[in-house]
Write a protein that binds this ligand. Structure first.
Ligand code: T1G
Length: 655
């Protein structure tokens, strides 16, 4: 058993244990074995009167080792390791150098004292993985900081800063200087008397109204993830039946959820997101440092991109063609920051700081000294081409010039322009200040450093970068086109827009395909089809064409797939739309319920697999990231590729 995972060094009767399991000191089997052995060793060692538990690196402990969750749990189990520490006759002091999350927080809670570095934080984010704390967190935290704050930490994944931990009575000290020396000095002051263990702390039951309100609040926020409600029940069990019963209820629930499809889906995304943020092919390539970015176009997309860049600390030059459109663009940016204050994402001072980073100019002249310029002008090849022709005259040869095009071929936008190594497509999703997905499309001549800069920019913006090959619609819009075609095929098989949208909402999407089209407008896709027909593509008349020709463009025209009362966004079944669809409906069995969702998810997964097979996506998990972060696919289903693979495995009994 390797013993360099936790090093021991003693001085003045104080044993200092240092966790060293990079990158996040995850509590893997080997670490648990080492910790269990050391706990017994220290308990028997009369020369030791106290133990300081510290960790190397930026993180104290990032939790249990998530990679182990696809295998059956192996002893020593974390709850037992923690219980042995809590039962120790000698005081254990956790010295938190950084994040103590999940099992890391539970380990710190099992210690008798906790000393925080001022940057340390403590949290129980297990519900974001479809789990609940499984090593005493649902029982110890409420007894340390009180029921209501503990419920918020456990069910909403809130982390406590060092100061909040101290206020809550969780941090015995916040280190003023060097953490380890202060922790050792604190240990030396102890006379061996131990504080009451969490299990002995009383926890009064606030009564049924409290639990009913908590259940209702959690149900509103859970969006199909069963874990937060399950965590509340484990907490409640401990209040109603005592600490030991609460631990049993917690462990039973944790093991059940650990084996669930939802937890597997969320783990899949956890690792997929980190792989996308640190692509192996770009390791060691230094991104271009970005301090000043230009955004061309102050419309919905451009103002959203400008706001996202400013919120990430970049200096932003927003340009428009004239003073009125520029003023409108800057107002949009200001409104975005106002909305962020209302939502508690920043405060007034923060919003003012962000806005101060944005300057507006008419024309492109002010972009000459930008490290990065992103165009978000009208989706027209000639317009975008003219913008790039001017940019290459204005900007230095190393300035990264990016197009935000959704459907045009970026190669044609920049064809023949100088220094092609610095061109790239950065496809933001609207609203750009909110949506986490950023499709990054390198062109044939794009340098790896330009690509690495795009990925680093995504991380800085708090987005998830997905690299896409330069195919029509890249990844997301290509799958969307296939998804919509399948939805229309279901209409022609006799299903109604309401049945189809309800099936997809029941699956977990925020909105079905027809509600979404009514919101976006049917005419956008109609124009694309008409353009394709004009180029000779044989596209048969579909139900969407009939609606648009009848003037039914969606909400904006008072009706599309649905009817809308004046000023209302509530979709109502439309007899006029039904009459327009009816002639196209083919006789035969009508699809319904889960068959509808199955067919639509299968269509997404088939298209996703084609995209992978054509080399236009790097992995099926990237397809899942696009759908989850760009199109509202429910996280606890893992994405269309993960979901389809799991259904296939359960159907064929595969491994
Ligand atoms: N297990 C295994 N690997 C982990 C991990 C974990 N808990 N946390 C991070 N990694 C890997 C990650 O995949 C990446 O790998 C590298 O570490 C750096 O991660 C019993 C059941 C700690 C705040 O949910 O929030 O404990 O890509 O890029 O930005 O009740 O990692 O380099 O190969 O995120 O500095 C609960 C998850 C687990 C916290 C650090 N814990 N981690 O952020 O690094 S369940 C969590 C994070 C549990 C107990 C329950 C963050 C971080 P690679 P990173 P970072």
């Amino acid at each position: 058993m390797t013993n360099d995972l936790i090093r021991r060094s003693d001085s003045d009767g104080i044993a200092l244990l240092t966790l060293a399991n990079p990158p996040v000191n995850a509590l893997s089997l080997a670490v648990r074995q080492r910790l269990a052995a050391l706990t017994a060793e220290l308990e028997a060692d009369e020369s030791v009167r106290a133990v300081v538990l510290a960790a190397e690196g930026r993180v104290f402990v990032g939790g249990a080792d998530i990679a182990e969750f696809d295998r059956p749990p192996e002893a020593p189990h974390l709850p037992d390791v923690i219980a042995a520490i809590e039962a120790s006759r000698k005081p254990w002091i956790a010295a938190l150098n950084g994040a103590a999350l999940g099992g890391g927080a539970e380990l710190a809670l099992g210690c008798h004292y906790r000393i925080f570095a001022d940057t340390a934080r403590l949290g129980l984010p297990e519900t974001s993985l479809g789990l609940i704390p499984g090593a005493g967190g649902t029982q110890r935290l409420p007894r340390r900081i009180g029921l209501a704050p503990a419920i918020e930490v456990i069910t909403a994944g809130r982390t406590l800063s060092a100061a909040e931990a101290r206020e809550a009575g969780l941090a015995d000290r916040i280190a003023a200087g060097e953490l380890i020396p202060e922790a050792l000095a604190f240990a030396r002051t102890l006379d061996g008397a131990l504080p009451l263990p969490a299990s002995a702390a009383p926890l009064a039951d606030p009564g049924p109204a409290f639990w009913d309100e908590a259940r209702a609040r959690i149900a509103r926020a859970a969006r199909g993830n069963p874990a937060p409600a399950a965590a509340l029940e484990a907490i409640r069990a401990g209040v109603a039946e005592g600490f030991a019963a609460g631990l049993r209820a917690e462990r039973e629930t944790f093991l059940r959820l650990r084996a669930s499809d939802e937890a597997a889906a969320l783990r899949h995304l956890f690792f997929a997101e980190r792989a996308a943020l640190r692509p192996a092919a770009l390791r060691g390539i230094e991104p271009v440092p970005l301090t000043r970015a230009g955004v061309i176009g102050g419309g919905t997309m451009g103002s959203g991109i400008a706001a996202a860049l400013a919120a990430a600390g970049l200096e932003v030059r927003l340009t428009e063609t004239g003073p009125e459109s520029l003023a409108a663009g800057l107002e949009r940016v200001e409104a975005i920051f106002e909305a962020q204050v209302k939502r508690g994402l920043t405060d007034r001072a923060g919003a003012a700081e962000r806005m101060a980073r944005v300057t507006g100019t008419v024309g492109l002249g002010a972009l000459a000294d930008c490290d990065l310029v992103i165009e978000a002008v009208f989706e027209d090849l000639a317009v975008k081409r003219r913008v790039f022709e001017e940019l290459v005259r204005l900007c230095g040869p190393e300035a990264i010039l990016a197009t935000n095009t959704s459907y045009l071929d970026p190669e044609r936008i920049v064809e023949g322009l100088p220094h092609p190594h610095r061109f790239i497509a950065l496809h933001f999703f609207s609203p750009a200040q909110v949506m986490k997905l950023l499709e990054i499309v390198p062109l044939a001549a794009t340098a790896p450093r330009t690509l690495a800069t795009g990925v680093a920019l995504a991380a800085r913006l708090g987005k998830i970068p997905v690299q896409a090959g330069n195919g029509e619609g890249f990844i997301g819009n290509r799958i969307l086109k296939r998804y919509r075609a399948e939805a229309e095929a279901l209409l022609l098989a006799g299903a109604t827009p309401t049945e189809i949208d309800e099936a997809m909402r029941a699956f977990g999407l925020g909105m079905g395909p027809f509600e979404m089209q009514d919101m976006a407008g049917l005419d956008i896709a109609f124009r694309a089809r008409e353009a394709a027909r004009a180029l000779g593509q044989d596209l048969p008349e579909g139900p969407g064409d009939r609606l648009v020709r009848a003037g039914r463009l969606g909400r904006k025209s008072g009706g599309g797939w649905y009817d809308y009362a004046p000023g209302s966004r509530l979709p109502q079944p439309s007899p006029e739309a039904a009459a327009l669809i009816a002639p196209l409906v083919t006789p035969g069995p009508r699809p319904s319920g889960t068959e509808i969702a199955d067919r639509l998810i299968a269509a997404m997964a088939e298209e996703g697999q084609r995209i992978c097979d054509e080399g236009l996506a790097q992995s099926p998990s990237d397809i899942d990231l696009v759908e989850v972060h760009g199109y509202g696919f429910p996280r606890h289903k893992g994405g269309p590729m993960f979901h389809a693979a799991r259904k296939t495995r359960s159907r064929t009994g595969g491994a």
